[in-house]
Design a protein. Sequence first.
Length: 269
Amino acid sequence: MKKIFVSFLLLIIINVPSFSQSVSGDWSGELEVSGIKLPLVFHIQQTGDSLSATLDSPAQGAKGIKVDKTTFKLNELFMELKSLGANYKGILAGDSISGTFSQMGMKFPLTLKKGQVEVKEPNRPQMPKPPFDYNIEEFSFINQTEGNTLAGTLTTPKNKKNFPVVVMITGSGSQDRDETLMGHKPFWVIADYFTKNGIGVLRMDDRGVGGSSKGKEGATSADFATDIDAAVKFLKSRGYKNIGLTGHSEGGMIAPIAAAKIKMLNFWY
């Protein structure tokens, strides 16, 4: 009888599910890097037996960053973010998760608490604000060489003639016309400054971004240079003659490629 009872007890223990705490929901914490505190918010969802998550970095204006892998076993949470070269590993206890945020070989302690943090939008005094004392036009045109459509914004000084117009060329990766990054819009800031000082600016969405069509797969810098050629032709069709190029990062390499093929280009840098 005793052996039967022990066997029955073991059977019950084996078949009772091991309930762990739920990790679903919003989890917030502050990552301290070089004395600067950076709020992070993870949004974790459970669908059946699978977990998915996204990351917000409110102070940087970044939201919905994809978490590629999310696992939760024996109260240990692991999240991997390939786009950031980062991961987080922590242990859940009550309403907090104590762990380590690792990125590019560096490790930082990070404790997450249940719920979201309220973060004020950072003050960016450089951001252009209306009213704007210059002309703003939205446009689109076709790259006749490759057939893709390009969309963007042209800003020009008011009440001026024969002013130069510069085509801004974005850096590597898929960028919008403002080269938006974590809430910053450097190309818009530069365009605003140039136009206020008598220089017209044409800035465009990259292929597959915003209003620009994707175009062919595997496009190279040489292909992107044809987009710049199309932009210059667009400006010439509008009557502009003093036209130049300026580029950032990869855009700085695309500029001379385009300049070598474009006739009547006045400047590039």
